[in-house]
Design a protein around this ligand. Structure first.
Ligand code: BJW
Ligand code: ZN
Length: 242
């Protein structure tokens, strides 16, 4: 019964010293930000290998930038939803809480989460392919595609594409939090992309209760303690309510 599962998770959260949440695109879906895979996903229209790889960017930076420019506009028009806000509450009420996100949209920051480990980077940071300089940029739309650095180099979004390494520092911090956690929440991710998808398994191997919240069953569902089917914006506020 879903009610009993919710109550069980509430009790686990109340007793835990170390809580981790790993979020994916599904947590921002109710804010109107498109997810990647599945119905209405970004990759119904675009093949990932055409857009989210360093090779694609080298081939056609303008095409890749048109996609990111469109996504930045979608995100700029969106606001955090009750699921993002529930994780802010959880951060404030837990003795040790770590938020790990695969999302690049910045909605956790805008909701008020203090410490966010961004595994796949940030849509609002740009990095020069020439000199490596990074800068914050919230222009929507960008005036010039592709945008350029003052050194003349082409700027790219500071996100992690397929075949690129995640930040070692961020991944280590995320892995350590997973190992330490007693409750590990996995929210709105298809759990197909590595190495992010291994973090809940690492947590489970080290004794955490792994709880999934997703509209659908995923690759991970068979490996969790509890999988709750439903919308994050409805379920998460119920889990963290006093
Ligand atoms: C809701 C909801 C609601 C909807 N409520 N739920 C091992 C095995 C096989 C392959 C690999 C492997 N290790 C590495 C690889 C290769 C590759 C990989 O994982 N490939 C797989 C696809 C097979 N990984 C990599 O290349 C990674 N790099 C790497 O491993 O480097 C190694 C290396 C080391 C040293 C030197 C060099 C290299 C990098 C992966 C980068 C992923 N990047 C992207 C793009 C980021 C920028 C951008 O956003 O544009 O990250 S791809 C895309 O997928 C994005 C996402 O963060 C990521 C995950 O997607 P997510 O969040 O799960 O979204 P969806 O759409 O898939 O799912 C949404 C879910 O929400 C669904 O389940 C819905 O049901 C649900 N939902 N509404 C609750 N309201
Ligand atoms: Zn530069």
């Amino acid at each position: 019964m879903a009610m009993n599962q919710m109550e069980t998770v509430r009790q686990w959260l109340a007793k835990a010293d170390h809580v981790v949440a790993l979020t994916g695109a599904g947590i921002s879906a109710e804010s109107g930000v498109p997810i990647f895979r599945g119905a209405g996903g970004l990759w119904q229209q675009h093949r990932p290998e055409d857009l989210a790889t360093p090779e694609a960017f080298a081939r056609n930076p303008r095409l890749v930038w048109e996609w990111y420019d469109w996504r930045r506009a979608r995100v700029a028009a969106a606001v955090p939803n009750p699921a993002h806000l529930a994780l802010v509450t959880l951060e404030r009420s837990s003795s040790h809480f770590t938020l790990i996100t695969q999302n690049v949209d910045g909605l956790h920051d805008r909701a008020g989460s203090r410490h966010v480990l961004k595994l796949h980077g940030d849509l609002w940071q740009l990095r020069c392919t020439g000199c490596g300089n990074e800068s914050h940029n919230t222009d929507v739309p960008l005036l010039e595609l592709p945008p350029r650095c003052s050194c003349g180099g082409i700027l790219r979004p500071a996100v992690v594409w397929f075949g690129e390494a995640l930040s070692g520092k961020v991944l280590r911090a995320a892995s350590e939090a997973a190992v330490q956690s007693q409750v590990f929440l996995v929210i709105g991710t298809s759990a197909l992309v590595q190495p992010a998808a291994s973090l809940p398994l690492l947590a489970g191997q080290n004794g955490a209760r792994v709880v999934e919240i997703n509209r659908e069953r995923t690759a991970l569902s068979a490996h969790t303690d509890i999988s709750i089917c439903g919308a994050a914006g409805e379920l998460l506020p119920q889990l963290v309510a006093d």
